[in-house]
Ligand binder design. Structure first.
Ligand code: FE2
Length: 662
């Protein structure tokens, strides 16, 4: 008899074990064993599988879970199976799937193989069967015209079990949402239509939910230097760009800015000291109406100037795109409330720009297209699957929830944001049509916005280092498997993954600058780096600070219920209080940001791969190198932050998730 030692490891979910009977069949190049019953897997278990003759080099295993007649079926989440052959060779079979029924399921040996390397017919058949099934499990759907396509799912239960939240994550998500709403209901403010009468009352919405940064924001939100700082290191650090020529529709003059002729706009622009924020995609939008009231969303233009002490100060704000007498250019020399109101309208526009374009579209929806394409087109045994699947964790479920809770007709935006209603789809479509490949690749984005040498831009400093680390890792892994450009060109599974993303993620828009086909290893490395960076670093940068910067509502009002002043000298504190969202709307916004910023219990940081998909020594070594580099960057960021008034932590690899999971 030939004896194989089979060890089954259960996965990490608390309910991963099954009490049902489990059977295994070994399949090799020279035949296959019969189904052998395994000892019921507890945390891990070893069993001998004996067979009269050798079955050769192992290619796959087949697993079957059967419930005993009188007992209930209990789902099972095996992590991996190790098989030791009599000649001392160890085969590793990664699984990381829920097995919920009694249908026989096949899993490939862990050595990464592309289709043209899969020389045995058993391997090729298994590949085909797996992809046929995946095409049925992961289907594209159109949620709205002009935005990336989504995973087809009529409800949460129709998502395949392996992409759903863990029990722990579901419980925590529901608990956090319920706890925040309970607090608002207890205080009787969840639906209050009253206006604020004292701005300091905003911090009574929540007890004990402040963060160090949200407290800082409460104290500094009115300050010009903090207003400017947020465009470098707040939740939307990608709008600001260096201004070398004033937009024609923003007629700021030297007399406005330099009444004593101490400098000129031309000279300041020449010295690289002028920066622009342009919210032009909000021009001519029909803002939302809720609580029976028209809401207001502006399309501002803002100039900022870098001062000799390296602060970024707003120096001119025009709230609508078309210059007109009733669209004044506000200046820091205007009355306190004229200038503050102008800044509040900018911050309100930024909350919509941030949530809909920067956060939802450019990270969540793209990450979903990356995930669906991978799960649908690339088999588990492919190196690209092994590399990218950790970066798809929970994305399909969080996006399903985001669509239902945030942007559906009954969602948050329609109920509480000026950018809800008719405006929402227009903003998403306009954002989508302006997306470019360059803007998704951080080094090119920074260069294109002229932001290479702006001081105190920690998003850029940490992000560029992270981009390099990710690129080195991706280059190492893919370079190990792809030795020539021809191998990239002829890998049909890889090409289908890419073309599906181009078609369903980027809607075949050639204006994005994304090539229609991957033609070289270098192109592949760049694209995969962008995917991995978007799903981890970029999402963290635009997600994790939401409560820090929005927990003090006046800094990030989702809606404003009065129009902006059309002449100078008409505003007061009362104007501000009556313009800010009512108490209920404010509280709902703060609750949503609280939920979206809370780190989950089963957080997996960037570079940690509890699921071991790679078996070969070289990629496993690259993972260790990747982790070491991430640790070093994390230590560097921690040390840098010690000297800062506001620590910048959103690009700290130790604090960011591998995937878009919240
Ligand atoms: Fe998010």
């Amino acid at each position: 008899m030939v004896n194989y030692k089979v060890t089954v490891f259960n996965g990490s979910p608390i309910n991963a074990q099954t009490t049902n009977d489990v059977f295994i069949k070994l399949v090799g190049t020279d035949g296959e064993s019969e189904l052998n019953k395994l000892n019921t897997p507890i945390s891990f278990t070893s069993t001998q599988v004996a067979w009269p003759v050798s079955i050769g080099k192992l290619i796959q295993i087949k697993l079957v879970k059967k419930k005993p007649i009188v007992f209930a079926a209990v789902d099972w989440f095996p992590a991996k199976v190790e098989v030791e052959s009599p000649d001392g060779e160890t085969y590793n079979f990664p699984i990381y799937r829920w097995i919920t029924d009694s249908v026989e399921q096949s899993f490939r040996e862990g050595t990464a193989l592309r289709a043209f390397e899969d020389s045995h017919s058993i391997g090729r058949d298994s590949r085909e069967q797996e992809l046929n099934q995946r095409e049925k499990d992961y289907c594209w759907d159109v949620y709205a015209e002009g935005i990336p396509h989504i995973m087809k799912a009529k409800d949460l239960d129709s998502l395949p079990p392996e992409v759903r939240f863990s029990c722990t994550k579901s419980k925590q998500f529901n608990f956090t949402a319920t706890a925040a709403m309970k607090e608002l209901n207890l205080k009787g403010i969840a639906d209050s239509k009253d206006n604020w009468t004292d701005i300091n009352d905003v911090n009574r919405v929540f007890s004990n939910k402040d963060t160090k940064i949200s407290k800082y924001v409460e104290e500094h939100w009115k300050e010009d230097a903090f207003f400017g700082y947020q465009y470098l290191n707040g939740v939307n650090p990608i709008l600001i760009r260096r201004c070398t020529a004033l937009p024609e529709n923003f007629p700021v003059t030297d007399e406005m800015l330099f009444p004593d002729c101490q400098s000129s706009l031309a000279a300041e622009m020449k010295n690289g000291n002028i920066f622009l924020l342009d919210y032009k995609r909000f021009d001519e939008l029909k803002a939302n109406i809720f609580h029976g009231k028209q809401q207001y969303l502006m399309a501002p233009l803002v100039l900022l100037q870098k001062t000799p002490d390296d602060k970024l100060m707003p120096i001119a704000i025009q709230l609508k795109q078309t210059p007109a007498e009733d669209n004044p250019i506000f200046l820091p020399t205007d009355s306190e409330y004229d200038w503050l109101m102008a800044k509040i309208f900018v911050r309100s526009a930024d909350s919509s720009e941030h949530e809909l374009n920067v956060h939802l579209l450019r990270t969540h929806l793209l990450a979903e297209a990356f995930a669906v394409s991978l799960l649908r087109n690339v088999p588990m045994v492919h190196p690209l699957y092994k590399l990218l699947v950790p970066h798809t964790r929970y994305t399909l479920q969080i996006n399903f929830l985001a669509r239902n809770l945030l942007i559906s007709p009954s969602g948050f935006f329609n109920k509480y944001a000026a950018s809800g209603g008719e405006a929402l789809s227009t903003i998403l479509q306009r954002s989508m049509s302006s997306i470019t490949y360059k803007s998704l690749c951080m080094p090119e984005d920074i260069a294109e916005r002229g932001m290479e040498d702006v001081p105190n831009y920690y998003y850029r400093d940490d992000g560029l280092k992270l981009w390099d680390i990710i690129q080195r890792f991706v280059e190492g892994v893919l370079g190990f498997y792809y030795k020539s450009d021809e191998q990239v060109q002829h890998d049909l599974e890889l090409q289908k993954w890419f073309s599906d993303i181009f078609e369903h993620g980027f809607l075949s828009q050639e204006t994005t600058g994304i090539p229609q086909r991957l033609s070289s290893v270098a192109e592949l490395v760049k694209f995969v780096t962008m995917v991995l960076f978007t799903c981890s670093a970029q999402h963290s940068a635009v997600n994790d600070g939401q409560f820090d910067y929005g927990g003090w509502m006046p800094n990030t009002p989702f809606s404003l219920q009065l129009p902006p002043p059309t002449t100078k000298g008409t505003t007061s504190e009362a104007t501000m209080l009556n313009t800010l969202p009512d108490i209920g709307t404010s509280a709902q916004g703060m609750a949503a940001l609280w939920l979206l910023s809370k780190p989950p219990f089963d957080f997996v940081p960037l570079g940690q791969f509890p699921e071991e998909h790679f078996s070969e020594e070289f990629p496993c070594q690259l993972i260790k190198d990747f982790q070491r580099e991430l640790e070093m960057l994390s230590a560097e960021i921690i040390s840098r932050n010690i000297g800062l008034d506001i620590p910048y932590t959103y690009m700290d690899p130790a604090l960011m998730e591998n995937s878009v999971a919240i």
